[in-house]
Write a protein that binds this ligand. Structure first.
Ligand code: ATP
Length: 343
């Protein structure tokens, strides 16, 4: 693979701890990648007053991909009480409309569900990431007025592009796509569903179904194996991807990619986990799998597959776990095991 340049944004809390491990694995699989590290997040806000300094943001556009750890700390907030979320700013400013969250069960013991075999839960959640209920998040609010409203924004252009991306993902998998919405109550969601069926006519090979979000939550818990690809609005995707991650071992097992037409950010789906930061026990799997998704996006499919296989071989042994999954390994020891499987 030709030398690609990766911007590293380790961020806050366990972010730097898991990004370090992801880079160890990347160096083994794709030694030609070049890295440059930037500071962003709550720690950067405490240093410079801005969690995503403009000079950093502009530099990021020069890179082939961005690998991000985690950002935000619960006790570092804007004056209005909201947390620092530069990762959301990045999605919006780089127009990363397609959030991919794969969910895969590596070992039955990782799931709170009983009797689920390895690989039986294997779904991909596609989250629209530039509009939906997050669209008005930066609008000024006046609590003194006694009423604060948020807006759920669905545009035709924003829907068509993420729906097409979801259908293309379904074509690469088991060719089933579930739209999750609330079209029985919200006009914006009825509009989203109408566009879904228009786009569906372009992909006759894909079998489609629609579920209301409340029913989807139930079916994810009762019968997760029925899902292949799920596509949904921003906030529903935010909630359901945590629920789905919970089915396979929690946030430490959940990778993600935020893709646009030009830029892409790869990051574990978890937050900065300040409760365990600095102790060397964070689960590095989500970050390592996010790095594999980055390789795939960069065109290095063999590299991505090699990491995926090494993680699968490693996690087939339930003793090879960090404490979040009842194991005893340190962050770096689990990575050591994955590197051994790669070798
Ligand atoms: P955010 O809102 O930024 O997504 P959050 O408030 O949902 O973050 P996380 O930081 O993801 O919370 O942490 C939720 C819980 O999961 C915490 O108890 C944390 O320790 C645990 N956790 C998250 N990521 C990991 C990981 N990689 N390894 C082990 N435990 C983790």
């Amino acid at each position: 693979m030709k030398s690609r340049r990766i911007a590293l944004l380790p961020g806050d809390g366990i972010g730097p701890e898991v990004i370090r491990e992801a880079v160890r694995v990347l160096r083994a699989v794709a030694p030609s990648l070049l890295y440059e590290e930037f500071s962003a997040g709550a720690g950067e806000y405490l240093r410079s007053g801005n969690p995503l300094p403009p000079a950093v943001f502009e530099r990021l556009r020069e890179f082939d991909a961005i690998l991000l750890g985690a950002m935000g700390l619960p006790n570092v907030r804007w004056p209005n009480g909201l947390e620092m979320t530069p990762q959301l700013d990045l999605r919006e400013r780089l127009d990363l409309y397609c959030g991919l969250r794969p969910v895969y069960l590596y070992h039955p013991l990782d799931s709170p569900l009983r009797d689920r075999g390895a690989g039986s839960i294997d779904l991909l959640l596609v989250r629209e990431s530039t509009e939906g209920l997050f669209a008005g998040r930066l609008r000024p609010a006046d609590p003194a007025s006694g009423c604060v409203e948020d807006t759920l924004r669905i545009t035709r252009a924003g829907s068509e592009r993420v729906l097409r991306a979801a259908f293309r993902q379904a074509l690469r998998r088991r060719k089933r796509l579930t739209l999750v919405d609330k079209a029985n109550v919200l006009p914006s969601m009825a509009f989203f569903r109408r566009i879904f069926f228009e786009i569906a006519s372009e992909f006759p090979e894909v079998q489609v179904e629609c579920l209301y979000v409340d029913a989807a939550a139930l079916w994810l818990v009762r019968q997760p194996e029925r899902f292949d690809v799920i596509v949904t609005e921003n906030m529903f995707g935010d909630i359901l991807s945590d629920l789905a991650a919970g089915l396979v071992g929690g946030m430490g097992m959940a990778p993600s990619a935020d893709l646009g037409d030009r830029y892409a950010v790869f990051q574990p789906a978890h937050g900065s986990a300040p409760d365990i930061a600095g102790r060397g026990i964070a689960n590095p799997v989500a970050a390592i799998l996010s790095a594999a998704m980055m390789l795939e996006w960069l065109g290095d499919e063999p590299g991505a597959r090699a990491i995926g296989n090494a993680v699968r071989v490693t996690l087939s042994d339930p003793a090879l776990r960090t404490p979040d999954l009842g194991g005893r390994l340190a962050t770096s020891e689990l990575t050591d095991a994955i590197l051994r499987a790669l070798a």
